[in-house]
Ligand binder design. Structure first.
Ligand code: UDP
Length: 194
C-alpha cells in the first residue's frame, strides 16, 4: 500500500473496501489493529510533537479530509484514492459487518457513551455493546479503566477522547488490552448519542 510519509508518520492510501478487509482480518484473529483517522490538524500535531508522532507509528492511519489530501498532492503528487473519515466509516463498517462483534465505548462526557450505546444497539442489532465509560479520568485511573475494558472483553474498542489523547491512550495501552481493533473516533459518540 502506497502512503504519505512525513517525519515517520505514514498515512495509508487505502480504499474503504481495503480498509474494511484489514479491520475484518484483525477481528477474525490476526494481529491487533490500532486505527486512526488522520486529518490535517492531527498530522500537524504529530509533526510538532515527536512523542505523538512516535505513538502514531503503531497505527494504521487513513486520510480524513481535504487538508491531508492537499498534503498528499503536495508531497506525493496525487490525492488519496478515498476520504475515510471515522464519522462516516465506523457506522458503515458496523452496518456491513454481519458477524456479531462486541464493542466497548470509551470517552465523551458522562452519560454520552450510554446514550450512544442505546442508539448503536438499535441501529446494529447484530452487534453487542458490552461496556461504556466516560472519558474524564486521570492517569491514576488508567489501570482501572483497562481492567474494566478487559473484563468486558470487547472485540472492538472505540476511544473518543479527542486528539492527541485518544491515540496516545491507545498506543500506550494496546499491549495491555485484548481487543482486536482499537480506534480513535473523536466526536463520534457525541454524534451517535444524538
Ligand atoms: N473528551 C473526553 N475526555 C477528555 C477530553 C475530551 O472524553 O479529557 C471527549 C469529548 O467529550 C468528545 C471527544 O473527546 O466527546 C472529542 O473531543 P473534542 O471534540 O474536544 O476533540 P477533537 O476530536 O476535536 O480533537
Amino acid at each position: 500500500v502506497d502512503r504519505l510519509e512525513l517525519e515517520g508518520v505514514g498515512v495509508c492510501d487505502l480504499t474503504r473496501d481495503e480498509l474494511f478487509g484489514r479491520l475484518r482480518d484483525a477481528l477474525d484473529g490476526r494481529a491487533q489493529v490500532c486505527l486512526g483517522f488522520c486529518n490535517a490538524n492531527m498530522l500537524l500535531k504529530a509533526l510538532c510533537t515527536p512523542a505523538y508522532a512516535a505513538a502514531l507509528r503503531s497505527f494504521v492511519l487513513v486520510s480524513d479530509g481535504l487538508g491531508i489530501d492537499l498534503c498528499s498532492l503536495l508531497f506525493r503528487g496525487r490525492f488519496f484514492r478515498q476520504n475515510l473519515n471515522g464519522t462516516d466509516l465506523i457506522p458503515a463498517f458496523l452496518a456491513a459487518e454481519t458477524r456479531t462483534r462486541t464493542l466497548f465505548l470509551l470517552g465523551a462526557k458522562p452519560g454520552i457513551a450510554e446514550a450512544a450505546a442505546r442508539n448503536l444497539a438499535l441501529l446494529y442489532p447484530q452487534h453487542r455493546i458490552v461496556g461504556v465509560r466516560h472519558g474524564y479520568f486521570g492517569p491514576g485511573e488508567t489501570g482501572a479503566v483497562l481492567a474494566e475494558i478487559n473484563a468486558a472483553a470487547p472485540d472492538i474498542l472505540l476511544v473518543a477522547l479527542g486528539n492527541p489523547a485518544q491515540e496516545t491512550f491507545i498506543a500506550e495501552n494496546a499491549h495491555r488490552l485484548d481487543a482486536r481493533l482499537l480506534m480513535g473516533v473523536g466526536a463520534l459518540l457525541d454524534y451517535a448519542a444524538g
